[in-house]
Design a protein around this ligand. Sequence first.
Ligand SMILES: C[S@@+](CC[C@H](N)C(=O)[O-])C[C@H]1O[C@@H](n2cnc3c(N)ncnc32)[C@H](O)[C@@H]1O
Length: 230
Amino acid sequence: MTSSDSSHSTTAHRHWDEIWKTTGGRADWSTVDPWVADTIDLLRKRKVRDVLDLACGIGRHAVFLARSGFVCWAIDASDTAIDQSRAAAEEAGVDLDLRIGPMNRLPYPDDHFDYVLAYNAIYHGDRNAVRSHVREIHRVLRPGGLYQLTMLSRRNHHHGRGIEVGPGAFVQPEATDDKVHPHFYCDAAEMIAIHEPAALVRAHDEEHVAPGSFHWHCLFELPKGGGGLK
Ligand SMILES: C[S@@+](CC[C@H](N)C(=O)[O-])C[C@H]1O[C@@H](n2cnc3c(N)ncnc32)[C@H](O)[C@@H]1O
């Protein structure tokens, strides 16, 4: 089914704000993903210093990055996520610059970070919203900067379910999770196209905990001469 309403964008943080209020909701998001941990050696080799955890949730990766010696900023649109991240940073004894805000209007100057992480983040919204999230990543990254993120794969079992609110974007009105908000799904060609002119360094399509929950895991690099997505 296709809807003519093109106003759908990023509203999923409302769902996540409720999840982050519960102990059970936080439990699944408290440990560092090994794929993120495995990137640390590359970041050190590249002499990365300033890093951003975009849509950081309760701060599992931001705290890990700060503990690993990087200067870490983190942002999320959920107030509760940022409260929880602050508590996690205090407990770990690390400094984080924490902000509440949306992915499509980041409160950072141009060319500010060497690396951006966006784990299960930028696909919240329709294709236009996703492009606006990528545009902001490109803006705040330095030329030659790296970014690592997940995107929803078209192999994901939720692709095609519910109402298509834009090309590749679906809302499931009956869902009991964040799928009541728009989510964007892409194949490899589209995933690469959305991030141009960044170069794809590597990607794989990985099933997360739930059977059929395929996500692209990708690492991109901005051109050294600058000129990210405008
Ligand atoms: C699936 S959780 C992932 C959290 C974190 N990246 C992690 O891996 O633990 C998605 C997060 O994206 C945030 N989010 C969703 N839409 C957002 C938006 N438009 N701007 C900023 N944050 C958003 C939610 O509040 C939530 O914390």
